[in-house]
Design a protein around this ligand. Structure first.
Ligand code: HEM
Length: 180
């Protein structure tokens, strides 16, 4: 994944727990003194190792840690560095979620080697949207839950998210219902 992801994790950990905790995480992940460049590609395995070591060091389970990371990604990384992109995604939560399938096509212009997630969204009712999430990568459903929660906060429309299906294999998908 692009280094921006590892950098955002670092930023979240440092904000919440301080630099010494991040240094400990790097050592635990076998990456002592490593730093990440936003536009450089890194093996996915590095990101997974960082998440695993973050859980061990902070004593958080993977699910809440990934949800926190999703919220941080939208509300800090996104809002600060990709405000224009987020605005182009829609002017309210419904628009944004219905446009989500196209979102990473624009991200792709900034990050040409992106291996983006794939989303399919469908309105079930005026304030209820079903989302299917396909990925090249396993284990990131709770990251998506945090992202959706962050989008709710971004659009001042706090949401409920329920995962209604868990992906079972590489070509399978996770499914969520978002309502507010
Ligand atoms: C704020 C603007 C955003 C930017 C700049 C952005 C950029 C990226 C980048 C660089 C990656 C790493 C993929 C790679 O390097 O191959 C990524 C992954 C991902 N993004 Fe976004 N993203 C944004 C917003 C969102 C939103 C709003 C969602 C969904 C609600 C989302 C869902 C995901 C997911 C789930 C992944 C994990 C990768 C995977 O499933 O394979 N992103 N994004």
């Amino acid at each position: 994944m692009y280094g921006i992801v590892n950098k955002a994790l670092e930023e979240m950990v440092c904000t919440r727990f301080g630099q010494p905790t991040w240094d400990k995480i790097l050592r635990k992940a076998g990456l002592a003194d490593e730093f990440f460049l936003s536009n450089e590609g890194y093996p996915d395995e590095i990101t997974y190792r960082l998440v695993g070591a973050s859980c061990e060091v902070t004593q958080l389970e993977a699910a809440p840690l990934l949800e926190d990371f999703g919220r941080h990604w939208v509300l800090e990384t996104g809002r600060r560095s990709y405000g224009g992109l987020l605005e182009a995604g829609g002017s309210n939560l419904t628009e944004f979620l219905l446009n989500l399938p196209n979102f990473h096509a624009r991200v792709n212009l900034i990050y040409p080697e992106l291996k983006p997630p794939e989303f399919f969204s469908e309105a079930l009712a005026p304030q209820k949207i079903q989302l299917k999430y396909y990925s090249h990568r396993p284990g990131l459903a709770h990251f998506v839950i945090g992202l959706l929660d962050g989008l709710g906060i971004l659009f001042s429309t706090p949401v409920n998210v329920e995962q209604t299906k868990v992906r079972q294999s590489q070509d399978d998908f996770d499914q969520f219902i978002v309502w507010w």
